[in-house]
Design a protein. Sequence first.
Length: 134
Amino acid sequence: GGGMVERVGGEIAEPGAASPQLGDRPRIDHKRVHWRALVLPDRGAKIPGHVVDVAYGNMRLVSRYSFAVGSRLNLAVFVPDVLNEGKCVVTQVAGEVTYQVMHGDEVQTGLSVNVADLPDATVKTISAAIDANI
């Protein structure tokens, strides 16, 4: 029979896999989207808006309302359903407001979303829509 093949040198290091610097987390590119969303306040009427930009752990919301930086928002996001064209999956996402930018009569709100807190189904729904570019 054939003899044992010996591995020389153990693990092969990836090129440039030196000690990771700060900010070297895997970057998921921002995806421009146009998903209808509703901000669900603790009380009072739901606030309509659109999610216009999605990245891992971040969303940008455009609405006519401003929200205090550091406050928490609960959103119902109408994510396009990859399996049923023209349908949406209403997906609950909670995030913390990280910034506000005024654009004319609209306000862009940055949200930091703790992805680890989201149910797997939610992450799959959002990822599938991003991958499908819808």
